[in-house]
Design a protein around this ligand. Structure first.
Ligand code: GLU
Length: 255
């Protein structure tokens, strides 16, 4: 299987913005093992801004663009350094790709991206993708990594996108407010009713919330493949997903 996995800041970092070493290590181990089993893995990782906030000792996620972009420049380095080390322990080679929204709309650039990605996979490297936050302005940015991961998955001709987050999946109501809220295991078609189930905000360190994940699901389903939202707190759940077991919420494409 060729699978794109998106991991959010809330999975990789503690609320301080500092790296959750144990979780990230577990994630890298599982991904490395899935590669050993012959799967093609593409990782879309957030965490640059969050980690930059931690490394620069800022008290909160900055609101102004230059500080956000400065934090991303510091944090992206830290992020790749961490992945490089952790994957090297398992003899896997990582590659960094930074993209903006306009890279998908310029045909030449999109094609270059696709060619590079497939060559990296042929070479058994593990592409790790993030938005190029340091140069992305409103006009050209994708804006959130849920949407970015869906665009990557479509262009990578992936079989599946898995979004790991700090929630188990899509609920019938806000589980923080409603005790009777139940996890929806399968969604066939993202429509207005499904959008109505999405709350507003994400975590204080990340960007997306449920809406951006539903938008990502729509992009994947339109592209003809499924998307899963699952909790990233235990990366070993990825094994169940690859074994075809029901984990989190699966958004099924029309077959
Ligand atoms: N690209 C941002 C980062 O790495 C994250 C965007 C998102 O969380 O959706 O910090």
């Amino acid at each position: 299987m060729r699978v794109v996995i998106k991991v959010g800041t809330s999975t990789l970092a503690h609320s301080t913005g500092r790296l959750n070493v144990r979780r990230t290590q577990e994630l890298c181990q599982v991904l490395g093992d899935l590669k050993n089993a012959g799967h093609e893995i593409v990782l879309v990782s957030s965490g640059a801004i969050g980690m930059g906030v931690g490394k620069l000792g800022l008290s909160a996620r900055p609101k102004d663009i230059p500080t956000k972009q400065a934090a991303a420049a510091v944090g992206q380095c830290e992020l790749m350094y961490t992945y490089d080390r952790m994957f090297l322990e398992q003899n896997h080679t990582v590659a960094q790709i930074l993209l903006t929204g306009s890279d998908f709309s310029h045909e030449d650039r999109r094609e270059n991206f696709c060619n590079t990605l497939s060559r990296l996979l042929e070479l058994k490297a593990l592409p790790i993708i993030n938005e190029n936050d340091t140069i992305a302005t409103d006009e050209i940015r994708v804006g959130d990594n849920d949407t970015l991961s869906a665009l990557v998955a479509v262009n990578a001709k992936a079989d599946l996108l898995v979004i790991l987050s700090d929630i188990d999946g899509l609920y019938s109501a806000d589980p923080k407010k409603n005790k009777n809220a139940s996890l929806i295991s399968c969604v066939h078609g993202v429509d207005e009713k499904i959008y109505a189930l999405a709350g507003g905000e994400g975590s204080s360190l990340g960007t997306g919330g449920m809406r951006t994940k539903l938008h990502a699901a729509q992009i994947c389903n339109d592209g003809g493949f499924d998307m899963i939202i699952a909790n990233g707190e235990d990366p070993k759940r990825l094994y169940d997903i690859f074994d075809g077991k029901s984990v989190g919420t699966r958004f099924c494409a029309k077959k």
